[in-house]
Ligand binder design. Structure first.
Ligand code: GLP
Length: 241
């Protein structure tokens, strides 16, 4: 595992964007695994700025997203469909047909999970997967206790995750109770993984990830079984390490 230290959120975001830009330049038809949440917004901003300034093209890029809430309309600003269009896709030249995000509105969520897993495999797998980390060590929506063998599945969100994500909603009642998420095994199939962490609220999760044992009680620890993981974290996130 490689650790890259950043001074602050901005530096973390720029360094992460550089990894993606280099990857896309090297392999224009890269399959990018994308994440949502507050951590990656600065990275998306840096990608947009670079696209406008340097014309880095995403025309041949495919993207797959980690997760989506179950039951939120795509027009809902808290859905990850809305987020991805708003924060990235509408600002770059990625083709709509090349973008996939789990369908949290599917009538049969279990079938949609299987289809999603198949769609990733048909793309030849993810070349570069971007990850954030939850305060309880979750990656995507894989909560503590999730099997490391898990593939794309439906999950019930823990109280801790619903509370952490409440800041984006008007009240806790509006935070969905379930989500669709790539499994840990799905994530580990990516060829390269880039995990980002910023701020004091992630310091404990980063400490446990780096120093703790590999165990299903800490989903992020599964990444230690992967040969090509880079962490980019800022000083606050690394303050306990
Ligand atoms: C959310 C998402 C994750 C994200 C994590 C951290 O619940 N499902 O994909 O990485 O929690 O979010 P944030 O970056 O807002 O702290």
């Amino acid at each position: 595992m490689k650790l890259i230290m950043a001074k602050d959120y901005q530096e973390m975001s720029n360094k992460a964007a550089d990894v993606i830009i280099n990857q896309v330049k090297e392999k224009p038809n890269t399959v990018l695994g994308l994440a949502t949440g507050g951590t990656v917004i600065g990275m998306y901003e840096a990608l947009i700025q670079d696209h406008q300034k340097n014309n880095t093209s995403y025309k041949e890029v495919h993207s797959v997203n980690l997760d989506e809430y179950v039951g939120l309309e795509y027009t809902n600003q808290q859905s990850y469909h809305y987020y991805m269009n708003d924060q990235l896709f509408s600002h770059i030249d990625i083709q709509a047909d090349n973008v996939i995000i789990p369908n949290g509105l599917a009538e049969n969520i279990d079938a949609a999970c299987q289809e999603y897993e198949k769609a990733i495999a048909e793309l030849g797998g993810v070349d570069l997967q971007i990850l954030g980390i939850g305060q309880n060590g979750h990656i995507a929506f894989n909560e503590p206790g999730t099997s490391f063998d898990s593939i794309t599945h439906k999950v019930e969100l823990t109280e801790s995750t619903r509370n952490a994500n409440m800041r984006y909603f008007d009240s806790i009642d509006e935070v969905p109770t379930h989500a669709m998420t790539m499994g840990i095994s799905t994530i580990l199939k990516s060829k390269q993984i880039l995990l980002l962490a910023s701020g004091k609220s992630k310091a404990e999760a980063i400490y446990n990830f780096i120093n703790g044992e590999v165990h299903e009680s800490n989903p992020a620890s599964a990444l230690k079984n992967h040969p090509n993981v880079t962490i980019i974290a800022d000083e606050e996130a690394l303050s306990l390490v």
